[in-house]
Write a protein that binds this ligand. Sequence first.
Ligand SMILES: C[S@@+](CC[C@H](N)C(=O)[O-])C[C@H]1O[C@@H](n2cnc3c(N)ncnc32)[C@H](O)[C@@H]1O
Length: 269
Amino acid sequence: MPQPQLKKLDFTIADVNDIYSGPVGVLWEMLMGEQIHVGGEQETRALAKNLPITKNTHILDICSALGGPARMLVQHYGCKVTGLDATQHMIDEALKRTTQTCLTNNISYKLGNALDIPFKSHTFDIVWGQDAWCYITDKDRLITEVYRVLKPHGLIAFTDWLQVGPMSEQEWSDLNSFMAFPYMETLNGCETILKKTGFTIQQKEDLSKDFTQHCHQYQTILRTKLKDQILKNYGEELFQAADQGLNLWVQAADQGKVGRGRIIAKKTL
Ligand SMILES: C[S@@+](CC[C@H](N)C(=O)[O-])C[C@H]1O[C@@H](n2cnc3c(N)ncnc32)[C@H](O)[C@@H]1O
């Protein structure tokens, strides 16, 4: 069902940089692991399994963060991956870990904004993204940029956090007390943007049930395994903010307002 459009919140790339250069970024890694998306390695396998990845495939990972998925893809398929991320600290950390695992022949990283992808047209076989495009306000422009840098008949494959039910402006603003998502698309909204840009949908899956289960899991991990460590290293204020913030997401997921989806689509020409 179409959702009434919520007002987009005023977050900028500077807000994203603050998050991923500081303790909140560390907290996400503590909760999710170095693949900072719901479902970790299992989800990377699930997204990759329907893609024709070989050692000759060149993938662009948009919002590559710590480079966990890039390393896993290269280790598994021997492909080439370029990571693009807007936060210098993430680029530095990704490069450090990639050097430590001796994978720099196959993986490189570039600092840049997904809305102005710093690569020439028709460069990549696959554009990849996991749980990060919800930080981006202008999704039309993002998808147009993806289309431009893909080779003819190239694939876009991504998961993202989604709006799956109606909510008020206040609820959306509260959910962002600990996040910086300007707005989230619906699964059908993603499909509409992709189709009008010139993609054909190959796979479209609502993963919201799994998202809800994971939200509960992350809340348990935060309140048990991680609590003392966070209090000791970052103090009461950050722990409370994370706990209250995550609790709102757990409730919204339980109420069918927020979720997650996976899409694969092909560039038509
Ligand atoms: C949740 S993390 C991404 C996790 C990563 N995809 C993974 O699976 O490990 C979000 C990342 O998106 C990056 N980011 C957010 N907005 C961006 C933009 N407009 N352009 C490039 N990177 C962006 C942030 O710097 C951050 O590193």
